[in-house]
Design a protein around this ligand. Structure first.
Ligand code: FAD
Length: 491
């Protein structure tokens, strides 16, 4: 069997993540050629990640300290949300678990039963990652007891992966794709034609051309589902600043009256950005607001971005797979884009056709990838829908909107019973939904009767023991900034 010729169009985070993973895992079964254009450049944002990236790097055999040095990465234990419920509140969505679940009922049922019995400790006090994050502490713990992700320089990550991929045999071609050549009979992609006429032939094409979606949409017309009626933010500006303080192990998402603002601390600088809905805020006002709410000297020119929230209807169409922004985009509120890239790549490697493309693989891939996107979409919508904010047209619209039935059902179930169920390998587990629903002000009206089996004393001992364990462990952890410096050998 001839090796499969895989052509990756685009060399942003998506393109190089795909090339590095395929080149490393597929050995002689596939050749990888990547075409990118330095003149066009990359989107240049995407700095906050979630824990599965740790696994992805391990699968590729990446040494963590080298990777963190190369990307100036810090550790991330979750996201601090400011002002999402009423404009003045704050809550934390952490990685990891809160308390201790019973097989029949999540920990929140015990905590709610405790509240009713006068045991008022905050839900936050039972989560190791959360308490460690807010105290600015971090260390690797045995058995991954402190679950983490990274905050990283995404351009540097792409460069890091590029050198790996090239070391594993990926051929990189610099050039601008001018045209996508289709087979007159099958409609499949045959080759990419570059400026100057060079022709890059392949069997399978990965569209990693970002928002341009040159292959999957411009050539193959896969279609796009617009989700902006649920997630109406359509604009962003990013700037980098000097660190005003030692980097903390969490990202911040600060709501404002027409969207929100991020702050992502890396080792050597902080990434900042404002996300907003252009119906309610002008570009000039957004820039002024962003620059007025950063800490530290501004280091870069503002990077302006526009987007339409939604998903490509077919993520895999004919012999082309959309990976990255070409497959769709949802605002980076829960840092899920790089994760979707990773999911698509690992999925593709599992289904990689050695012969012709198999329609059953295509159908399965599309179903799984779109299920992921819809589940993430619902989780993001929750942050807007479940709000008490009515201080601006943006928030009034968010609170009044009809949400997808899947989400409406999830909210109703939690409100009535305190229950959350995870379906279809959903990315966000029970703890994530509970933290965000409580944080956004949804209070369950009842909880599982199993919690009532514990007497007041037993429950107090159970809850108190868990709190103490968290506090004791966190007290042993060093400061995050000192740990990163030592780990990366920069101290
Ligand atoms: P791009 O970076 O745009 O790369 C496209 C590539 O295609 C480039 O190499 C370009 O040169 C090439 N190309 C395009 N046209 C041609 C052509 N004609 N010829 C040759 N080459 C071409 N994700 C997260 O996980 N966490 C975050 O915190 C986060 N924040 C974000 C904030 C904003 C405002 C935005 C918009 C996105 C954010 N993302 C985030 C998403 C993340 O940035 C992307 O998922 C990631 O960078 C992947 O982008 P990409 O590689 O698909 O596209």
């Amino acid at each position: 069997m001839m090796p499969k010729r895989i052509v990756v169009a685009g060399g942003g985070t998506a393109g190089w993540m795909a090339a590095a993973a395929i080149a490393r895992t597929m050995g002689g079964a596939a050749t990888v050629t990547l075409v990118e254009s330095e003149a066009i450049g990359t989107v240049g944002v995407g700095e906050s990640t979630i824990p599965p990236l740790v696994t992805y790097n391990r699968l590729l055999g990446i040494d963590e300290a080298s990777f963190m040095r190369a990307t100036n990465a810090t550790f991330k234990l979750g996201i601090l949300f400011d002002g999402w419920r009423d404009g003045h509140d704050r809550y934390f969505h952490s990685f990891g678990v809160t308390g201790k679940d019973h097989w029949a009922a999540g920990f929140q049922h015990y905590w709610l039963s405790g509240l009713e019995r006068g045991q008022h400790a905050s839900y936050d006090d039972y989560c190791l990652e959360l308490v460690a994050a807010l105290q600015g502490r971090f260390a690797h713990l045995p058995d991954n007891a402190l679950n983490y992700a990274y905050q990283l320089d995404s351009n540097a990550y792409a460069r890091f992966l590029r050198s790996m991929a090239e070391g594993d045999g990926t051929i990189r071609i610099e050039g601008r794709i001018r045209e996508v050549e289709l087979d007159g009979e099958t409609g499949d992609i045959v080759a990419l034609i570059l400026d100057g006429g060079r022709r890059i032939e392949g069997d399978l094409f990965l569209d990693c051309t970002g928002f341009r979606a040159l292959l999957i949409e411009k050539a193959l017309h896969a279609g796009y589902d617009d989700w902006s009626h649920w997630l109406p933010c359509d604009s962003a500006i990013a700037v980098q600043t000097e660190n005003a303080a030692p980097p903390v192990p969490y990202t911040r998402a600060m709501a404002h009256d027409a969207g929100w603002q991020w702050r992502i601390p890396l080792q050597h600088r902080t990434g900042n950005g404002i996300v907003w809905c252009s119906r309610y805020l002008s570009r000039e006002a957004a820039l002024e607001r962003l620059l007025g709410n950063v800490e530290g000297r501004v280091l870069t020119e503002p990077n302006h971005l526009s987007f339409q929230t939604g998903a490509r209807r077919k993520q895999w169409h004919r012999n082309c797979i959309a990976i990255g922004l070409s497959g769709g985009f949802m605002e980076p509120l829960e840092s899920t884009s790089i994760h979707l890239i990773q999911r698509a790549i690992l999925r593709l490697i599992r289904m990689l056709p050695l012969g012709p493309v198999n329609p059953s693989d295509v159908a399965e891939f599309n179903d799984q990838q779109l299920t992921d996107m819809v589940q993430i979409r619902d989780f993001l919508i929750l942050h807007y829908k479940a709000t008490d904010r009515r201080d601006s047209p943006f928030w009034r619209q968010a609170a009044a909107m009809d949400v997808p039935e899947t989400l409406a059902q999830k909210i109703a179930l939690f409100r009535e019973t305190g229950r959350v169920f995870r379906r279809n390998e959903e990315l966000f587990a029970e703890n994530s939904w509970v933290q965000v629903m409580l944080g956004q002000g949804i209070v369950p009206q009842s909880w599982h009767p199993i919690a009532a089996k514990l007497s007041d004393d037993e429950l107090a001992r159970f809850l108190g023991g868990l709190r103490e364990q968290v506090a004791r462990t966190v007290a042993t952890l060093p400061s995050h900034a000192a740990y990163v410096a030592r780990y990366c050998g920069a101290a």
